[in-house]
Design a protein around this ligand. Structure first.
Ligand code: 1CP
Length: 347
């Protein structure tokens, strides 16, 4: 049997292996009882910024669920600390920025420092997790894409459709451009440093880019994304993740990520038709179906595999993060099903 790391990395090169690799976004910090027990003793920030605890949480899902990749336990907001942005992670709410940005001087004051200085706890954790995982599982580093980071910086907190951001882009395009240029530089350093420390792949979370219309994305976001992906091209494969963004998919592919994560709204075969067969694809089971009775979940998961059509270059995942109410037993069963019925297995 092929090891998880090799199975996963083969898919990122669109090469065949013994079966389809699988992992889940937010697999560590949500539904696992072992994580919840740790959270009773430590805050989210303590878990993420204490290297030993970070390694523990990162590796939990590989042991418990049998997934082929671990995702570093961190948050997209962490590198903002090094930029001089004060925020807190509020229970049940998410990140809240103390002073949202709106003016040129505020954007000019953002600091660009080395990633090792901004998030010193992260890189020893990546090195230790890489060593602990061996070939059992690949290690995925990640960061927020510049647009999604800008959403929090400008809006100040999560939002359904980020109206302040959409106003700023069009009324103050120079401020916006400066902000995106700074965030692109910070992200390039942050993700390169994760690759150097041992992350096999990095995922760029652009969770909220789907709020934009196509023209705004093309003019005000895509050029920054393209520059960021160019900086990473020869260092590490990148998975670009977004949701509700089918209307942007051709522009996303043109920006140049090696892999694209697709949410449940678009069938995988159709998405592949847009991004081209030379890119790997990740997805795309509706996370709500993990809460459904097993026969419903099983049928939907087999449907995703059938959409992938046995092509190499499919990484099975949900279309967005694991919902907190998901049962670990159901997730474990799903991993086993994907391994048993994935590409290359007799049907
Ligand atoms: O398995 C894991 O949990 C991996 C670690 C991980 C990842 C990949 C965390 C830990 N956060 C993230 C990425 C992240 N953070 C994204 C992109 C993914 C996505 O779209 O879901 C986003 C948008 C955030 C911002 C964020 N941080 C939110 C969402 C708020 C909103 O605007 O809707 C929340 C709730 C957080 C806090 C956070 N980050 C991670 C955890 C486990 C938590 C909850 C803290 C706790 O345990 O109370």
């Amino acid at each position: 049997m092929t090891d998880g790391a090799d199975r996963f990395l083969a898919a990122t090169r669109c090469e065949k292996s013994d079966t389809t690799p699988v992992w889940f976004m937010r697999q560590a910090g949500r539904s696992l009882p072992q994580y919840r027990a740790l959270r009773r003793r430590f805050s989210f920030m303590e878990l993420a910024t204490t290297s030993d605890l970070c390694v523990e949480v990162t590796c939990l899902p590989v042991d418990i669920l049998g997934v082929d990749a671990a995702v570093v336990f961190a948050d997209i907001m962490l590198p903002l600390q090094g930029m001089g942005v004060a925020f807190e992670i509020r229970e049940g709410v998410g990140p809240v920025i103390r002073k949202p940005l709106s003016s040129q001087p505020e954007v000019d004051n953002l600091r660009i420092i080395e990633a090792e200085e901004a998030t010193p706890y992260l890189f020893p954790a990546i090195r230790a997790a890489r060593e602990r995982l061996g070939r059992r599982a690949a290690l995925i580093g990640f960061g927020g894409a510049p647009f999604t980071l800008a959403c929090y910086l400008v809006e100040g907190h999560g939002s359904r459709d980020f109206p302040r951001v959409r106003t700023l882009i069009h009324s103050e395009p120079e401020i916006w451009n400066r902000l995106m240029t700074t965030l692109t530089e910070v992200s390039a350093r942050y993700l390169s440093a994760q690759a150097s420390a041992g992350a096999d792949v990095v995922q760029l979370f652009d969770s909220w880019v789907g709020v934009l219309d196509r023209a705004t994305f093309e003019v005000h976001v895509a050029p920054h994304l393209q520059r960021l992906l160019e900086r990473l091209r020869y260092l590490v494969p990148v998975i670009y993740f977004s949701t509700a963004s089918a209307h942007l998919l051709d522009g996303i592919a043109a920006a140049g990520p090696q892999g694209v994560s697709i949410d449940w709204r678009l069938p995988l075969g159709e998405a592949w038709g847009v991004i081209g067969p030379h890119r790997f694809i990740q997805g795309n089971l509706d996370p709500a179906l993990v809460l459904a009775p097993w026969p419903v979940l099983e049928a939907a998961a087999l449907g995703v595999l059938s959409e992938a059509g046995g092509r190499p270059g499919h990484i099975f995942n949900l279309g967005h993060g694991v919902l907190p109410a998901s049962s670990p037993e159901q997730l474990r069963r799903l991993v086993d099903l994907v391994h048993e019925k994935g590409a290359g297995k007799p049907s």
